[in-house]
Ligand binder design. Structure first.
Ligand SMILES: C[S@@+](CC[C@H](N)C(=O)[O-])C[C@H]1O[C@@H](n2cnc3c(N)ncnc32)[C@H](O)[C@@H]1O
Length: 255
């Protein structure tokens, strides 16, 4: 597949980065009108609070969470050896694949995704999803070390113990309960004994509640304890666990 080097475009919808401006702009305009027309204290206080929340949320989403920007490994403990064959479950447009390939330049990686309805829901319709992923891998200069696999993470087309490590970011939490069990069991099957799994999940924490309120639903009902139980049932040990805004990550090892 041809891919020309261009700039990275992870393709998450614009409203994830700029949606709060839709609240901020009218709030500021109404504040100005209210000030000029001398509105009473309560509507002005309400508008002021709305403007403060929406500007803080905009700054956090755009420059803190920055879902359309490059991601950094949440823990340097992942793949400390710096080498090996890695599998990305639900690679999407490549954000998590590039995160690993850039941080661990001696690795190779299989970027696996179903490239179906879920891909289109997140990244919109348009040109071939695989082509979009390939273009981002090329833009990041890592395409020589990556291959793309169109498959379902619930039934992986790989031999047992064929990967040194697995990464999955904001993908396993899109599956239903049965799908999660299947995907974790498959991950445990295809990773080598002693291999690692960096599992990154959306968390409906105080940051997510502050930024998105009730609009963020998926993954939110499942906290750390729930995920710990699931990964242990699949046969993983939890080596490290951590959080950053709207995110829970677990570093797992197959004994
Ligand atoms: C929110 S995106 C995450 C993409 C990328 N990992 C990232 O961090 O930006 C979730 C991805 O999981 C993929 N996905 C959902 N269900 C899947 C399945 N059963 N098998 C493989 N991929 C799946 C979707 O197609 C989508 O690309």
């Amino acid at each position: 597949m041809p891919a020309s080097a261009s700039t990275l475009d992870f393709g998450y919808p614009w409203w994830l980065s700029y949606g709060h401006v839709i609240v901020l702009a009218p709030a500021l305009a109404l504040l100005l009108i209210g000030y000029l027309r001398k509105w009473s204290k309560w509507p002005m206080l309400f508008l002021g609070a709305l403007a403060i929340w929406s500007s803080a949320a905009f700054l956090l989403v755009r420059f803190g969470f920055d879902v359309n920007g490059r991601a950094a490994l949440p823990t340097q403990s992942f793949l400390r050896s710096g080498t090996g064959r890695v599998l990305d479950l639900g690679a999407g447009t490549g954000r998590s694949s590039i995160m690993v390939l850039a941080a661990r330049p001696q690795t190779t990686l299989v970027a696996l995704d179903l490239f179906g309805d879920s891909f289109e829901r997140h990244f919109g319709p348009g040109e071939s999803p695989q082509q979009r992923l390939l273009r981002n891998l090329a833009a990041a200069g890592v395409q020589q070390r990556a291959t793309i696999e169109t498959s379902d993470m619930r039934k992986l087309p790989f031999e047992a113990a064929s990967f040194d490590a697995i990464v999955s970011s904001y993908a396993v939490d899109h599956l239903n309960r049965e799908g999660i069990t299947q995907a974790l069991a498959e991950a445990a099957r295809v990773v080598k004994p002693g291999g690692e799994f960096l599992l990154i999940l959306i968390a409906n924490d105080k940051w997510a509640k502050f930024l998105f309120g009730p609009l963020l639903s998926h993954g939110g009902t499942r906290g750390s304890a729930w995920w710990n139980t699931r990964v242990k049932e699949a046969g993983f040990q939890v080596v490290e666990e951590g959080t950053y805004p709207a995110t829970l990550y677990l570093l797992l090892r197959r004994p």
